[in-house]
Design a protein around this ligand. Structure first.
Ligand code: AHM
Ligand code: MG
Length: 315
């Protein structure tokens, strides 16, 4: 049985980097516990405040952010925190080598219905500044709070999966996630069809046409509406996730955030043999201009991402 600490020892000789992952994993154990108790304590409703993007914050978003911040403050290896829930980056007043960008509780609109949510994080060298491309990531991961609590993490090498045991330990349950090259599953919010561009329409039309259509095979559609759950499915069995630029999100640059949603997920999916794109370029190549910047996100099985890219290249 491999525990997270042993795996970290094997993956990196950098004790500080290992401690950053351990800190996020510790915060997640606490968040998992809060989420388990939340309905009993009446903590799923709206808090009534709005975050920097003008969206309603759930009480648990704020609580999760506070938990992550408290754990990070106790790790001198981390000098900067960027969070979806905080307008400004937090400078922690130490000389720590690392910057963490996180969405402490993604998909929180799913909490009221007890559907999987998650914590997403990206680790960068603090010396590189706040606005670094996804290729600069030194580690990334997410925690899925589902039927089991899973930690998926990568430091350069394999994308490993750990499961939280009843004793509160992270037990390795998969050595290396691998996204199958081909797949017959796509994930997109089809209720947004009227906003889609031609490429998205074309890709979905071909997929829905099934065996007798140009794709020549049958597809299924899956959309949890919780990025961590949708990406976890793709890491485990393939598929493609699309939150493309559409006419409604165009003025904002997309729906999902580059630094703490798109980049870590793209880095994990690519590390597991999948691909990612905005439709115009690889997600990891996007030069950030703002810490809360949004981007179109298309990621998953190589063959499906290439099919979407083909549609975009038709102009
Ligand atoms: P959040 O960070 O405010 O929770 O929003 C992100 C979520 C993703 O988890 C999910 O993929 C997407 O937003 C769902 O969007 P939609 O409600 O348009 O289906
Ligand atoms: Mg989010």
């Amino acid at each position: 049985m491999t525990l997270l600490a042993h795996w970290l020892d094997r993956q990196t000789g950098d004790r500080e980097l290992a401690s950053v992952i351990a800190t996020m994993a510790d915060a997640a154990v606490e968040i998992a516990e809060v989420l388990r108790r939340a309905p009993i304590e009446g903590q799923v409703g709206l808090l009534g405040t709005t975050n920097v993007q003008g969206e309603a914050q759930k009480a648990l978003d704020v609580i999760s952010n506070d938990i992550v911040l408290r754990h990070i403050e106790n790790n001198p290896a981390i000098s900067v925190l960027v969070s979806e829930e905080l307008d400004e980056p937090v400078q922690l007043g130490n000389q720590g080598a690392f910057l963490v960008a996180t969405d402490p509780l993604d998909g929180s609109s799913n909490l009221d219905v007890n559907v999987t949510v998650g914590t997403i994080f990206s680790v960068l060298k603090a010396a590189g500044g706040l606005l670094q491309k996804g290729t600069a990531q030194v580690a990334a991961g997410y925690v899925a709070y589902g039927p089991a609590t899973s930690l998926v993490v990568r430091i350069e090498g394999p994308v490993a999966v750990f499961t939280l045991s009843a004793a509160g330990e992270w037990v390795q349950t998969l050595e290396q996630a691998s996204v199958p090259e081909a797949s017959g599953e796509f994930a997109i919010n089809t209720a947004r069809e009227r906003f889609w561009d031609e490429a998205t329409r074309g890709y979905v039309r071909e997929s829905v046409a099934g065996e007798s259509g140009p794709a020549g095979k049958r597809y299924n559609m899956r959309w949890v509406g919780s990025m961590v759950a949708d990406v976890h499915r793709i890491l485990m069995r393939g598929g493609v996730f699309l939150y493309p630029l559409d006419s409604e999100t165009a003025s904002k640059g997309g729906r999902l955030r580059l630094l703490y949603e798109a980049n870590p997920m793209a880095w994990l999916v690519e590390g597991a043999g999948g691909a990612s794109t905005t439709g115009q370029q690889g997600i990891l190549a996007v030069e950030p201009t703002d810490i809360h910047q949004r981007v179109p996100v298309i990621l998953g099985s190589v063959e499906e991402v290439r099919r979407v890219e083909n549609w975009y290249s038709r102009g």
